[in-house]
Design a protein around this ligand. Structure first.
Ligand code: NI
Length: 150
């Protein structure tokens, strides 16, 4: 089993705001990230696929295929978009780094899996140089004793 990670970049604007909460609650919860007109980030997304090496090509996955899928599913959708306003993915959902990371994983999951032997392992989304989120999908077999997310 080998792991391959490829890095992509996109820029997007967002506003952290939950419609279900009051103006005051939103301001307290999200601080300046709740400013009405939003703000931007230069995101870095790292897509990790894993699987066996194809004996005939010596590769895990054709990078052109990976690039095309990420371009179509992620970059065309999110680059230079306002996440709250321009894309359907965040209607009624706060576009935090956590939610965006999970969304990217789910968008890539169906497209990447079922092509050859490689499968999507992880998405790592960096919002600033100080913080990033990683998502590896829902575990089919949660470890005993660990509280799993419902
Ligand atoms: Ni932000």
């Amino acid at each position: 089993m080998v792991f391959l990670t490829r890095r992509y970049r996109f820029s997007a604007a967002h506003r952290l705001h939950n419609e279900a909460l009051s103006t005051e609650e939103n301001a307290r919860l999200y601080g300046k990230c709740n400013n009405p007109y939003g703000h931007g980030h230069n995101y870095t997304v790292e897509v990790t696929v894993c699987g066996p090496i194809d004996a005939s090509t010596g590769m895990l996955i054709d990078l052109e295929t990976l690039d095309r899928i990420v371009e179509q599913e992620i970059l065309e959708r999110f680059d230079h978009a306002h996440l709250n306003l321009d894309v359907a993915n965040f209607k009624g959902r706060v576009p935090t780094t956590e939610n965006l990371c999970v969304e990217i994983f789910n968008l890539l999951w169906d497209k990447l899996n079922g092509r050859g032997l490689a499968r999507l392992e992880k998405v790592r989304l960096e919002e600033t140089s100080s913080n990033f989120v990683e998502y590896m999908g829902q575990s089919p077999n949660p470890v005993k004793g660990v509280i799993s997310e419902k």
